[in-house]
Design a protein around this ligand. Structure first.
Ligand SMILES: [Fe+2]
Length: 513
């Protein structure tokens, strides 16, 4: 496939590749599939397959030169590849960080497939994926998991090993796939003395090459690789794929806005290169179209949001604020006008039983109570007009489920147009999944969470452990299980279900089971 080019050159690797004569294809001598394989954004007739060549993942350019590499791929009906039904060849070029994105089409709806890649005599791990049910079909259930926030340096990704063993159709990843800050040579909380990361990892990412190296490190994690190889993923980003709490073109630091857009362009580019995304999601300079929709027969539509790229700067200087009147300003937005219209129209027109809104930051109101009822200006609490528009709309369309990441806590919340009136009917529910590792080991609860539960009656559950949310959607009911691991700073944590909730499609409201 021939990707379109960004608006401007993004770092030295891109520039050199663009100016140099096309290098001859060569075979990498050392094993190049150290970053695993992945699939994503399934359609009834297709799926994106991904890999990236990096024989030395911690080195610039993964230890490769500017040479391109031909990579062949196969997709089969069985895990032994006895019945290969699609195959082809792609080119991994330095310009795209030696990544490969294969948009396979012509597949059958609602079935499992296995895939693998090959180059220079090396064979990748085998991935399993699944197409969406046919457009007009009426599937009885959808099983998915929601995960977010995987700070490598905060702990092991053990939760992903358990997630890979679940029985799922899809995984939603809701942001903070990487963290841009420094990592010590032993991987921080992992205390992995065999890792010996180069000093380049102590630099915060801002260039394209540093972001590429950051993704390479994350992709070497075997539990993350297992979770990618087990299911198709639907990904969106939050802030740390670029910079903590950035807002559209506004950095958290006082830097030249043009410099920050170059920084954002580098980050967006590396994101696309390193995840199973289609060409329409390839950034053009500092802009990328990440919000998109996927359908699961007539059962569910997933509206995947981007609440970072188009948002107004955080109100009242960001962070926790009490009495910030600006958060109610009608002119402030977290979605941007175009995405907001797209979402509201899409919810009305979906024609499916459920509307899943896969997004980043907490939508339910959440304050600490008392006279200083502080709220977090980075969340939907800081963008009250957009939240009101979405929730008013949800009240007219049954089956709204918001999936959220970001905050490193589990929450289960009923959504109301006016959270101050707990007697009014809920218009949907929100499942906030905790982090995979961010925040370290975590705990059952914290004093802040206890306070939030006491002062926010729509919050049905809060928990500060690590893990993910597993959910099953049937035609009239959603069941959600909060799966947690007791620790992440040591290996081999077991998994357990900390709490479970159900809600009815036409009578929203989470009930503890
Ligand atoms: Fe996070």
């Amino acid at each position: 496939m021939l990707p379109r080019r960004g608006l401007f050159a993004l770092g030295s690797a891109t520039l050199v590749a663009a100016l140099a004569p096309a290098p001859a294809a060569a075979a990498p001598r050392r094993y190049p599939f150290t970053l695993g394989v992945a699939s994503g954004d399934p359609l009834p007739d297709g799926v994106i397959l991904w890999t990236r060549l990096a024989p030395s993942p911690f080195e610039p350019m993964g230890g490769l030169t500017y040479a391109s590499h031909r990579v062949s791929w196969q997709l089969a009906r069985d895990d032994r590849f006895r019945t290969v039904i699609r195959s082809g060849t792609a080119t991994a070029t330095a310009e795209y960080g030696h990544s490969v994105h294969v948009d396979v089409r012509g597949l059958e709806p609602g079935r499992e497939y296995w895939y693998r890649f090959r180059t220079g005599g090396h064979v990748s791990a085998t991935g399993r994926t699944r197409t969406m049910p046919a457009q007009g079909s009426s599937p009885g259930r959808l099983r998915f998991a929601a995960a977010s926030c995987q700070a490598y340096q905060d702990g092991w990704f053990t939760a992903y090993r358990h997630l890979a063993a679940e029985d799922l159709d899809l995984v939603f990843f809701l942001g903070d796939y990487i963290y841009e800050g420094a990592i010590t040579p032993d991987g921080g909380n992992r205390f992995d003395t065999s890792l010996r990361l180069p000093d380049t990892y102590t630099l915060a990412s801002d260039t394209l090459d540093l972001y590429r190296m950051r993704y390479a490190l994350y992709h070497t994690d075997p539990d993350l690789q297992a979770a990618h190889a087990a299911f198709p993923w639907v990904v969106t980003w939050d802030d740390h794929e670029v910079q903590d709490n950035y807002a559209a073109g506004v950095s958290r630091y006082p830097v030249d806005p043009v410099d920050f857009l170059v920084h954002r362009a580098n980050a967006y580019r590396a994101y696309w290169e390193n995840l199973p995304l289609r060409l329409p999601q390839l950034p053009a300079g500092p802009d990328a179209l990440l919000y998109r929709r996927l359908r699961y027969g007539d059962l569910a539509t997933a509206h995947v949001l981007d609440t970072r790229q188009y948002r107004s700067d955080q109100a009242c200087g960001d962070n926790l604020r009490a009495g910030c009147a600006a958060r109610d300003d009608a002119g402030r937005t977290i979605l941007g006008r175009a995405q907001r219209d797209w979402l509201l129209d899409g919810m009305s027109d979906s024609g499916t039983h459920w509307n899943l809104i896969a997004q980043q930051v907490m939508m339910a109101e959440c304050h600490y109570g008392g006279p200083a009822a502080r709220m977090d200006m980075d969340k939907w609490d800081g963008y009250a007009a957009d939240r009101r528009a979405v929730l008013l709309h949800a009240g007219r369309v049954p089956g709204t489920v918001v999936l959220t990441g970001d905050i490193h806590f589990n929450y289960a919340a009923d959504l109301r147009v006016d959270f101050a009136r707990p007697g009014t009917p809920a218009v949907g529910v929100e499942l906030v999944c905790t982090s995979i590792s961010s925040g370290g080991d975590g705990s059952e609860s914290t004093p802040n969470l206890e306070q939030q539960l006491a002062f926010n009656p729509h919050l049905r559950f809060a928990n500060a452990q690590r893990g993910y949310v597993r959910a099953e959607l049937t035609r009239e009911r959603l069941r959600a299980d909060y799966r947690v691991v007791p620790y992440v700073t040591r290996l081999d944590a077991p998994i357990l279900t900390r709490a479970s909730f159900v809600t009815e499609r036409t009578r929203p409201g989470l009930v503890h089971t």
